[in-house]
Design a protein around this ligand. Structure first.
Ligand code: DX5
Ligand code: ZN
Length: 213
């Protein structure tokens, strides 16, 4: 299991140390939640802040866009050379085109699905997808309760990926902790995002508890 701590739950007053510490604690990548106050009722990081994270991070960035105007935000963050950019399928008229655009920029392409969006919605995008992010809370805030129906959804998605011969990774984001990690692993999940669980505990121990299952 790969673990991507979400900086949304970090202490922004000492962001540089938080980034260094989380990288040293064994994070596989650093999850950055970009919110625009329109797609979700919250505002978070702009490119200037993410640049200061990128400067000290020793692990790749995983940018999760929760915004309207996806293409504008992809082009805004692409110069920071993240490893992944994901955008929400619910907010994109031309997901196929945007996934290709992300890959053309040399970035791995990912799409995010709200809790009620069926996994089959990505079926005809698989050739252009490196990762699918399944939300296990409603996007907008850290510290929410895990929605268990994502387990069934991950299983269905995994079957679809196998059937279609896709190597895309499955990432689950929201309310992940040591209580649901085993079920997530069993459901075929490759990567988990964890915010409050990691930042409210000893970083290293918390990350290890998610990785070593
Ligand atoms: C929610 C974000 C998540 C969130 C995860 O909109 O996409 O990445 O920060 O935080 P926890 O693990 O606290 O649910
Ligand atoms: Zn996220």
């Amino acid at each position: 299991m790969l673990v991507a701590p979400s900086m949304l739950s970090s202490n922004f007053g000492r962001l540089e140390d938080e980034v260094k510490n989380i990288c040293e604690a064994g994070a596989d990548k650093i999850h950055i939640d970009v919110m625009d106050g329109h797609f979700v009722p919250n505002l978070t990081f702009g490119p200037v802040v993410v640049q200061s994270i990128a400067k000290v991070a020793t692990k790749p960035l995983d940018i999760h866009l929760m915004v309207q105007n996806n293409t504008f935000f992809v082009d805004l963050f692409a110069p920071l050379k993240p490893k992944y950019i994901s955008f929400h399928i619910e907010e994109e008229k031309h997901p196929h085109r945007l996934l290709q655009h992300i890959r053309d920029l040399g970035i791995k392409s990912a799409i995010a699905l709200n809790p009620s969006t069926p996994p089959e919605s990505v079926e005809f995008l698989l050739d252009n997808l490196d990762m699918i992010l399944l939300m296990s809370v409603n996007p907008g805030f850290g510290g929410q309760k895990f929605i268990p129906s994502v387990l069934e959804k991950a299983k269905r998605l995994k079957k679809l990926l196998v059937k279609k011969g896709s190597n895309a990774l499955i990432e689950v984001d929201g309310g992940v902790n040591d209580k649901n990690i085993y079920d997530l692993k069993k459901a075929g999940v490759d990567v988990v995002v964890a915010g409050s669980y990691v930042f409210k505990n000893d970083y290293k121990k918390a990350i290890e508890s998610l990785k070593n299952i």
